[in-house]
Design a protein around this ligand. Sequence first.
Ligand SMILES: NC(=O)c1ccc[n+]([C@@H]2O[C@H](COP(=O)([O-])OP(=O)(O)OC[C@H]3O[C@@H](n4cnc5c(N)ncnc54)[C@H](O)[C@@H]3O)[C@@H](O)[C@H]2O)c1
Ligand SMILES: O=C(O)[C@H](O)COP(=O)(O)O
Length: 321
Amino acid sequence: MPTVAITDYSFPDLELERAILSAAGFELQSGNDKQTSALKSIVAEADAVITQFAPINSDVIGAMQRAKVIVRYGIGYDSVDVQAARERGIPVCNIPDYCIDEVADHTLAFILGVTRQVVPNTLHVRDGKWGLATPLDQLRTLRDQTVGIVGFGRIGREVAARLAPFKSRRLVFDAFVPTEVVRNAGCEPVSLDDLLGQSDIVTLHCPSTPQTKKLLNATSIARMKPGSVVINLARGDLVDTAALVAALQSGHLAGAAIDVCDPEPIPTDGPLRSLPNVIVASHIASASPKAVRTLRETAAHIAVMALRGEPLPNVVNGVKP
Ligand SMILES: NC(=O)c1ccc[n+]([C@@H]2O[C@H](COP(=O)([O-])OP(=O)(O)OC[C@H]3O[C@@H](n4cnc5c(N)ncnc54)[C@H](O)[C@@H]3O)[C@@H](O)[C@H]2O)c1
Ligand SMILES: O=C(O)[C@H](O)COP(=O)(O)O
């Protein structure tokens, strides 16, 4: 019986996937290991592979003897060596639209949380105190803030739309989206340098690629406005963690709100877990019952389509099945 291998997952079980695959006559085999040797063994005989955060590098892809597809449980596919898959003729599919509202809402929650100093003022009251916990000049209004959005895809556009009623000035840098698309959304297309130099809030919504890794590093952070903040719900490696921590500790950056970090998880003694001017979450911005269900069902259905030889949606590496 054809087999679908799931390399790793963060869900309590795989019953949803198992039901879809067995109804289609396929068997599910699963592991939950991110080491190359274990990954090679789980994918070796699989006819389709579904993967979440495990690194599917060229060694792991080289071990695939029969795979007709690699499906990423998620939007970003930086954990998969898509070029190695292309060389082997294996299509890689992502799930591009399962959590756009969830991540855009979470971004607004983070932006408002930082702007209105929600977390320190909550902890203050919990600590038995009363009155303003943070200096007055740290409480701002979005009407007075310039927000710089890096990456104007599905999530970046929804963030921009959610910011419109707050009347913030919205700057956008996207390396590929035409400037009319940005203007039509009521935003101002700018260069990355202008965005960093003029924004009070910089929010990242581009993928992790060789061009965007460490987009925010010591040099680019130094170009940011003193007192500005960084919001990152895209990928941890877009930001040089040491440079971010140094800028938060020196006060050059007033704060950060991050759902993703490099590395993940953040080490237990890592400063990003304890700095008072940081809001942090553990890569959960995509979560809602609807989003997780859509993600899991879509991944299983794409595996079924591949095993039936049907045309595949969301192929990101240009390989036709
Ligand atoms: N925290 C989470 O749980 C979570 C959930 C979903 C997505 N994400 C991350 O968010 C990212 C964005 O998601 P999306 O759905 O908006 O993707 P998308 O593909 O719709 O949009 C990404 C945008 O980034 C732009 N871009 C690419 N390279 C760029 C560069 N060098 N400089 C500037 N812009 C560039 C693209 O042109 C595109 O418009 C994903 O790649 C993923 O890594 C995180
Ligand atoms: O469950 C998750 O956290 C999602 O898979 C995140 O992955 P994505 O950021 O690539 O969508």
